[in-house]
Structure formats: C-alpha cells, structure tokens
Design a protein around this ligand. Sequence first.
Ligand code: 3AT
Ligand code: MN
Ligand code: MN
Length: 508
Amino acid sequence: LGPAVRYGISDPISLQEAEAHDLVLSERMKEELEMVFPTETPEGMERRQGVLQELERLFHEWMLKQCMEANISEEEIKKSTVKITTLGSYRLGVVHPGSDIDTLCIAPPFVRREDFFSTFATVLDQHEDVSECVPIPDAYTPIIKLKMRGVCIDLLFARLARPPEAEVAEEVAKEDEVLKNMDEKSVRCLNGFRVADQILKLVPNQETFRRTLRFIKYWARRRGIYSNIVGFFGGITWSLLVARICQLYPYYAPNQLVNRFFRLYHQWQWNWAKPVTLCDILEYPATVPGMSAFKVWNPKSNPADRQHVMPVITPAFPSMNSTHNVTETTKRILLDEFKRGFEMVQNVEGNKAEWCDVYAPFPFFQEFKHFLMIEILAKSEDVYNKFSGWVESKLRILVMQLEVVNGMRIHPNPLQYDLLESDGEWPFGCDMFLGLSFTPEAGAHASLQIDLRPALTSFMEVILTWTERDAHLGQFRLRLRRLAASDLPYAADSQPAGLRKRPREASD
Ligand code: 3AT
Ligand code: MN
Ligand code: MN
C-alpha cells in the first residue's frame, strides 16, 4: 500500500486503481449518457454566466438604493461589496441544459431580509428578461424562484451579521465564525453554499465525482426517485451519497463507483444510528460563545432525529440531515431501486445489458392497476404556481396517512402531468399520481373494500390550512380521484396518451 490516504471518517475500502476494461466501460457509460443527458453546451454556459452577471448588477443597484434610504455612509457602502455566488449542482459542475442555478446573495447587515423578498422581488419581476417570479419568504429555506432568459433560478439570501472586508465575502462565508449572530434563515441559506464547497474539498478526484454523479442523477430521474419534496432524495442527497463512495474507492473509475454505489446503499443498515457522512459531525462546546446554540443533527441528544429513516448528513457546520422527508414507503422504493441498479450494472459488466438498460424509465403507469389522481387547479398562473407548490410540499403527508392503511402499498410519482381532463373553468393545473397496490394478504377483493376516505379527508384539511387561502379564495381547487388503470387513456406499452411529462427541473 502507498502512503496512508484517508478521505472522510474511515479508511478507504480499496486503494485499487481502475483496470483497462474499467476505463473502456466508463468511456462507454459517458458516451451513452452524453447522448441522452448531455452536459450544458458552451453557449448555454455563456448564457448562464450572463444571467448571473445581470442578477449581480440588479442586486448591486438595488443595494445602493437601500443604502441611500438607510442613510448609510459612503464609506460603509464601499466596504460592504455585495456578492452573488452559486451553490448546488452549478457549483459542483454538474450542469445540463435543464438545470437550475441555485444562487446566493450575500448581503451586509444593513440590508433587510423583508426588503429582499418585497422590493427586490419587484425589481426582478419587472425586469423584461424575467418570468415566473415567485417569492417564497415563509419557507423553511426562503427563496425567490424565477426564470431569466429561460434559465431557472433559485435565489437565496443570507445577511451577514458583521460587514465583511471588501472582496472577501465569499471566503468569509466558508468560515464557521461567520455564522455567529446570524439569523437562522440566513444560516440555512449560507449552508447550501458551504455544503457545496465542502463536498468539492472532501472528494479525492472532482472529475471522477462529477462523471459518476451525472450518471446517478439521470438514473434517479428516470426511475422516478429524484425529489426531495415528495420524500425521495433531492440533488444534495445524491451528491453526498456519490461523494462518500468516491472517498471509499479513491482510485476507481466511474463505472466501478456506480457499481459500488448501488451495492453499498442497498446493503447499508439504514437507521438513525448509521448515517452517511463525509466527515465528523462537528459540535462546538458550550464554552465557545455564539457557536454552541446552532442545532446540529444529533440523534443521541435530540429524539426527533431518531425519526430519520435514511439519514444522509451535510458536511458543513451546522450539519443537518438532507433526507428528513423520507418515509417507510419511499425508503422501500429507494432500496428496491438500489437493488435493481446493482443487478443491472452487473449485467452491463457481463455484457448482458447496456448502460441505457440501467436507466430505463420506471414504467409507472404499467406497474399499477389502481391510482390516486391529485388534480391541482387554479384560475391564474400566479395562483397555480403558489398553490401547486403548496400541495406538492404536503403530498408526503398524504403518503404517510395512506401508508398506514392495512394491506395497501403506495408509490408516489414526483412528476406533474398535463391535466387529463381540461376544464374551461380551471385554465391552469396539473395532475399528480400515486400508484396503489394491494398485498395478497389483504384478500382478493381488498382493492374494493379498502376505504381511503379518512386519509383523503384529513389530507384535504391539511391543504386548507394554506396561509394564502383567504387571499385567493375561489381561485384554486384540489380534487382527489381514485382511478383504475383502465380509466387512463393509454395504449399498452406506451406512455399514456395525453399524459405528458411537464419539465419541472426547478423545484427538484
Ligand atoms: P439539481 O441538479 O438542481 O436537481 P442541486 O444539487 O442543485 O440539484 P437543489 O437545486 O435542489 O440541488 O438544491 C441545492 C441547494 O440549494 C440546496 C439548498 O440549500 C438550496 N435550495 C435550492 N433550491 C431550494 C428550494 N427550493 N428550497 C430550499 N432550498 C433550496
Ligand atoms: Mn439546483
Ligand atoms: Mn434549486
């Protein structure tokens, strides 16, 4: 063995290097993937840079106005340069034409969060290149969603507690100390940036990491398990899981890493005592002023963290679990997919299958005989954007209520589809689906007997707690319908006619 290498919390499992046939397999994997899930083109990357520049310009201009109104001295204005930076997949370098850009505005202390979500959101909304601008100030991680020149942007906001020295806001933001006295929401927004920074530092080879992650993300999309909000895994979780595999096999090629990814996470004893982590989870002792109050994921001291069924922990302080939406149902589906993935990759290695077979789409509408259809309807685009986001964010509550119904299994589908039945009264809307199956033990006629109404009724009650309900009364509607496969207009073997996938990258 060569010199001791150690990435993360344990020694690597293997220090073996890729062999010639692995390099061939990896190259083929890359080429096949490039055909169906290409990386962003150079022109596309240029457009994205232009968008970021324009956002920075707008933010800067708006900031100066804020300063003047607040009577901030010119001296102080000069000291606190604004900074726009990126996080998420854009920062990690895994960008395809449909990717969003997760963008973080780092602002000096005199800029108020409320103003960012009101007056700056208005500036954006009125910009001629901007469409679909939706501020979501009350979310756990507040963001402004928008589209600029066709690129989806998630705009996050962090307000520094102390004015940074000019030009170094980005470096300052990587230090734990920056969090001292910062408000909770800013800490969370900054965290996304700090996590991406850490991931890149903690993997042994960034290019191998990116190539592997690209494959896993496409596979997860096609298998219908890419969605944090619905209770599967989101972009951050997939990135962390791939990063950990890279640490354990620092010299493997992407094809080998994909193999080990499926094997390890299928075999993993998922429970709160076995989190996936990239580094030790740091907690400051009570003696460090201002740093010990941050809530760090810790199932030993915090009973709520023991509810997490598949913990995957973020590396930057304060560490959090990236999978708190996972339920027993989505865990079961994820594990089935890891198992299938491992079998398929072995087939590819044995020349019995192609890489494209690994990411063959999950045949959702052929797989089930019964469905629950969730129709989300609105009278205007604005209300639709807000209401569909709300319903989507509560869907896992419906899943949790249905998963305790005896004898029934549910399979959430994270995609939104064009309305099956259009209705002139409701020009904006989409359908979402849950697949239903009934266990043999439940009896032959279980599907007819099982009563879903209590679960559906209580889900409706949750939906009606929407804080914007009164503001948009009569403008939105939710309908739940139980359908048999024969009610869906599809020809055998094909995607149901009329059910087109809506591209919805931004809200993954
Ligand atoms: P994609 O390629 O975009 O799917 P990603 O790694 O960029 O994968 P996300 O865009 O979901 O993942 O999120 C990246 C980080 O940005 C995670 C979180 O800190 C922040 N973030 C992005 N979008 C949201 C959102 N809608 N709500 C809360 N936080 C968000
Ligand atoms: Mn993203
Ligand atoms: Mn995003």
